[in-house]
Ligand binder design. Sequence first.
Ligand SMILES: Nc1nc2c(ncn2[C@@H]2O[C@H](COP(=O)(O)OP(=O)(O)O)[C@@H](O)[C@H]2O)c(=O)[nH]1
Ligand SMILES: [Mg+2]
Length: 236
Amino acid sequence: MNKQHFNSIDYRIEEMRLNLNKAGFRPLDVMFTGVTGAGKSTSLNALFHKKIAKVGYGCDPMTMTLDHYKLHGELRFWDTPGLGDGIESDKKHSKKLIELLHKTYPMQGNTYGFIDMVVIVIEGSNRDMGSTYQLINDVILANIEPERVVIAINKADVAKKGRGWDDTKGEPTSSLHEFLEEQACSIQSRIKSACGIEVKRPIFYSADKGFNLDVFMDAIINAMPEVRRNLMLHIA
Ligand SMILES: Nc1nc2c(ncn2[C@@H]2O[C@H](COP(=O)(O)OP(=O)(O)O)[C@@H](O)[C@H]2O)c(=O)[nH]1
Ligand SMILES: [Mg+2]
């Protein structure tokens, strides 16, 4: 049902162009983040329709370099090291993420944030949601406006251990769909009660099965900022 709509990297590219013309910057720099194993690399490969990122690989612990991937002239994703591999590496990785969120460039007497928006890939059925909420609340939402954040729940196919997944249609049955909707709502309200911040309703998809990839792209495109991130306003 959804797969057919999202069949090229040019998906809604004209709209993106128009919006970026208005905003006056290009490309849109999107930080791609999530706990290790949530499926960031698989998602990037699905969005790019080819294998660009190594699955099940994690980041290089020595250099912790950030890989970036340009979908086209309008959109650039920054893959980042995941949390959830232990306290020490979480500390290092959180610092790295916060540094990236505070990276700036000067322009006409102003200081702008390099990262325009953030996509957080999460796994709703992860046994340990602690790292996920730490990432969302303490690292991301503490350092960028919620309007610029998209939360995407991956692995819809195995949300209920595979129950309710219709493999012939490549989509969830209505009962799994309902479950996923509820999960999205409950994550949204859990964030609200933890840090008082209202985020957009998370979307759900499966990078592995190619389900709701259009919904994923729609969420990114619909949340595209129309202005640069002016970081000077916050320092004053
Ligand atoms: N069932 C299922 N497995 C997935 C999905 N997306 C990723 N995976 C698996 O989850 C594991 C971690 O994926 P990876 O992309 O390396 O995660 P990363 O650490 O966030 O980059 C791999 O074994 C993937 O094949 C999905 O939508 N459904
Ligand atoms: Mg990865």
